[in-house]
Each structure stands twice: as structure tokens, then as C-alpha cells.
Design a binder for this molecule. Structure first.
Ligand SMILES: Cc1cc2nc3c(=O)[nH]c(=O)nc-3n(C[C@H](O)[C@H](O)[C@H](O)COP(=O)(O)OP(=O)(O)OC[C@H]3O[C@@H](n4cnc5c(N)ncnc54)[C@H](O)[C@@H]3O)c2cc1C
Length: 417
């Protein structure tokens, strides 16, 4: 189904009765060439690029809930390419380029907004680290501008520059960074994959993975068995649990991350802003809500809700940086399950079981990766070799210790990634 101003007007005047579902609701077939477990952003983009880039359309995406019920609809929508380390920088650079063409690629308004992202720094040491990061970003072909204090003040006049515990020294400005409407990204990929022939099967939980003689043969689901030549596990926070169905142990721990949104306010915050001396970041949605978040909760969990101490921690950081935020009422908060790896970087790799692949370990940064992750996972599953921008993202780095991409320099300290 297409959309137009005329159609919106017509439906608005006639009770919205003419809208039709934008993707089919097929019954699962007995067998597919490829089954993707997980209908989040990464599972949907993998299915889309399998069909679009590789011509493989006998594909099913199995989603235990509904499309968009997982982290893809729970994140704070930030999209950026400001990574430092080789391995990450080329991958996220590729992803941002895909974001910039995504609306015409999917013919869907995902509301991608390159509004600019500013990471604040509060000491000389932090300035040096951000200057190096900015140079790496420029070397990668992305954009970065080092702002001094006055430069930040000109862009973000509402921050506290005078009486603050952590004075603002400056910021690293990434003009192409920004946000996108997260649900629309899921819906856009879902509609595009469906149009190319992919079966999206909602309300279909994978309960077991069938393996015979070291090779995957299919899955057992809440809607019956489905045979498959290849299976991709793309389930974000549930990665360890689903991998265990095939007898695999993966280096992933699940933690909760919370987000918050205020009541709608007049436009005030034009960028995405992150505080350098605490876990707090902020943007303003097109509806006017201030969208903000902070650190992980401090324990492993599969609960999709947060805790009150972390709420307090985030609010404190927000008040330190921007006291005016205290006047806004928080409308709601929610949580999602993060698939944390020991080095904070992701995995797109084969497993030791023939025909079984995993895309996981997105930590709290996998929304921005949705286009490139699907692109690379589809490439791996279709051609059985890693895409050039995801070559370093293997399981092996945790076995050998070589090639770890510890972007934050925090090792296996999950709450510090
Ligand atoms: C509060 C919060 C803020 C965030 N902010 C950002 C941000 O600003 N920028 C950014 O880049 N990233 C952010 N993230 C991270 C990002 O949202 C995730 O890394 C990313 O969405 C994970 O990939 P996904 O979309 O495929 O996950 P999901 O949407 O969680 O998809 C996985 C799907 O697998 C399904 N599934 C699980 N088990 C089974 C099973 N057995 N059978 C069938 N289906 C199953 C689940 O129901 C789910 O729908 C944030 C996350 C949270 C929670």
C-alpha cells in the first residue's frame, strides 16, 4: 500500500476505514531456504537484503511477539557513525550511508533526521580523546568538528555553563549524526521484505533448533516444525537463550537499559547531546517530547522494565547538565533487554553448527546498525563469507583475545560500555 496526501485526507474524512494491512499474514510453510529467528530491526533488514541483494526470497522471519515489539521499538533512536576503532568505524560508516538513502530505498518515511550529535567533554584529557576520535572519523570519511566551549554554547545555549560541578570544555560535533523514527524503520523494512516475497510470521516463538550430524535442519515453533537449509539467530537480548537451543554457549549477558520521554514541549533541543561526565543523553522528538536515557541497570536480567535507582541516576545527570529539564514532566519510561558482549562490539558470524548463523551482541547501540547489520548478515548467509565491513566481528576474538574491539576501554565491565 502506498501513501499520499490525497489518501490521508480522504481517509481522515471517511473514518479511516480504507487502510489495508501493509504486509501479509501468511501461514508458515513446511520448509524455507532460510529462516530468520527474530523480527526486530536486524532480522527484518537481514530478510530484506537477502531478497534484494541476493535474490533469495524463500525466507521466513519468525517473531514470537509482533513486529516492533522488541528493542527496535524501544530505543532512543540515535543514529551515528562516530566510532574510533578499526572494525567498528568502517561498519558504522557503511551503516550511516545506508541510513541516508533508506527512505528512497524502502519508499517509506522513516523520519531520518541528520540533526547533528554533540558529545561533550569536561577535561583536557577528554578533549584529547575526542580530538583523536574526530581524526579517526574524518580518516574514515565521516564528519567531525571539535568545538570549544563557546562553540558548544552557540549550539546548545540551554546547558549550564556557569555553576556546574563538571564545567563544559567543548564538544565533538558529528553533523551527520541524528535520529530516526524507530517503529517506522521496522515497518518500512517489514513492508519492503514482504513485497519481495519474504514471509513475516508473527506470534511464532522458536522453541528449539533442530540439528542433525552437526548441521541445522530446521526449528520447532509454537506453530509447528519448520524445516530450513539455513537458520539465522537475530534475537538481540534473547541471544544466549536461543543459542542454547542449539547447544551453543555465546559470550553474551543480557542487561536492561531504560529510556524516558517528557511531555511534549516547544522545539528547544535541535541536536542529540551526550554528557561526558555521567551517563545521560538527550534529544527532542518531532512530537516535542524530550527523549533521554543513561546507563544500564546494574544486574543481568530479562525483564523489559527498569528500576528506580537508575531512574534517579539518569535524572540527576540530566539536572546537572541542564537544570531547566527539571521543569519538564516525565511522561513515561520503559526498558529493553540488551545483548552485551565483553568488548562492547557486536558479532555477525557462523556458529560451529553448519548452516546456523548469529547476528548479536549489539549492546545498547544496535539501532544505528540496523541497515548495515542486515546487509552484512544477508551477505554472510547467502555467500558463506563475511562482508568486508564486518570481517572482524567474529566469535573467535573472545576465544583468542586477539582483535577485541573495546571501544570504551572498559573491558568486560558491562555497565561501563
Ligand atoms: C532504552 C534503549 C535505548 C536504546 N537506544 C539506542 C540508540 O539511541 N541508538 C542505537 O543505535 N541503539 C539503541 N538501543 C539499542 C537497539 O535498540 C538494539 O541494539 C537493537 O534494536 C537490537 O536489535 P533488534 O532491533 O533486532 O532487536 P529486537 O527488536 O529486540 O528484535 C529481536 C526480536 O527477537 C524476538 N525473539 C526473541 N526470542 C525469540 C524466539 N525464541 N522466537 C521468535 N522470536 C524471538 C523478540 O521478540 C524481538 O522482537 C537502545 C535500546 C534500548 C532498550
Amino acid at each position: 500500500m502506498g501513501y499520499s496526501a490525497f489518501q490521508l485526507l480522504k481517509e481522515g474524512l471517511t473514518g479511516n476505514k480504507g487502510w489495508r494491512p501493509v504486509w501479509r499474514d501468511p501461514e508458515p510453510k513446511a520448509e524455507y531456504d532460510i529462516v530468520i529467528i527474530g523480527g526486530g530491526g536486524h532480522g527484518l533488514s537481514t530478510a530484506y537484503y537477502l531478497a534484494k541483494n541476493h535474490g533469495i526470497t524463500n525466507v521466513a522471519v519468525l517473531e514470537k511477539g509482533y513486529i516492533g515489539s522488541g528493542n527496535v521499538g524501544r530505543n532512543t533512536t540515535i543514529v551515528r557513525a562516530n566510532y574510533f576503532l578499526p572494525g567498528n568505524s568502517e561498519f558504522y560508516s557503511h551503516s550511516l550511508k545506508l541510513w541516508e538513502g533508506l527512505e528512497s530505498e524502502l519508499n517509506y518515511n522513516v523520519m531520518h533526521s541528520g540533526r547533528g550529535l554533540i558529545n561533550l567533554f569536561h577535561s583536557d584529557g577528554q578533549r584529547d580523546a575526542f580530538a583523536r576520535r574526530g581524526n579517526m572519523m574524518c580518516n574514515q570519511g565521516d564528519d567531525a568538528i571539535l568545538l570549544d566551549r563557546d562553540g558548544v554554547r552557540a549550539e546548545l545555549p540551554y546547558l549550564d555553563f556557569e555553576n556546574t560541578r563538571f564545567p563544559i570544555y567543548g564538544g565533538l560535533f558529528h553533523p551527520r549524526g541524528g535520529t530516526a523514527r524507530h517503529d517506522a524503520v521496522a515497518w518500512g523494512y517489514a513492508r519492503a521484505a514482504d513485497t519481495l516475497g519474504v514471509d513475516l510470521i508473527q506470534g511464532c516463538e522458536v522453541l528449539d533448533i533442530d540439528v542433525d550430524g552437526g548441521k541445522v535442519t530446521g526449528v520447532q515453533t509454537s506453530r509447528g516444525p519448520i524445516r530450513a537449509k539455513k537458520v539465522g539467530i537475530v534475537v538481540a537480548g534473547r541471544s544466549s537463550q536461543v543459542a542454547a537451543m542449539a547447544g551453543l554457549e555465546v559470550p553474551i549477558e543480557s542487561h536492561v537499559l531504560q529510556a524516558f520521554v517528557s511531555e511534549g514541549l516547544k522545539p528547544a533541543v535541535n541536536h542529540v547531546v551526550s554528557f561526558g561526565m555521567g551517563h545521560f543523553y538527550l534529544s527532542q522528538s518531532d512530537k516535542g517530547g524530550l527523549v533521554f536515557g543513561g546507563d544500564l541497570d546494574f544486574y543481568a536480567s530479562y525483564a523489559q522494565r527498569g528500576n528506580i535507582p537508575m531512574m534517579e541516576h539518569v535524572m540527576e545527570a540530566g539536572m546537572t547538565l541542564m537544570p531547566a529539564i527539571g521543569k519538564a514532566k516525565v511522561l513515561r519510561s520503559w526498558g529493553g533487554i540488551m545483548d552485551m558482549t565483553p568488548d562492547g562490539s557486536f558479532i555477525i558470524d557462523r556458529t560451529e553448527i553448519d548452516g546456523l548463523y548469529m547476528d548479536c551482541g549489539w549492546c545498547y547501540g544496535g539501532f544505528k546498525a540496523v541497515p548495515a547489520s542486515g546487509w552484512c548478515m544477508a551477505h554472510l548467509m547467502a555467500e558463506d563469507r563475511s562482508h568486508e565491513v564486518a570481517q572482524r566481528h567474529t566469535f573467535d576474538r573472545f576465544r583468542t583475545g586477539g582483535g577485541l574491539m573495546d571501544e570504551e576501554g572498559t573491558g568486560s565491565q558491562h555497565n561501563l560500555h
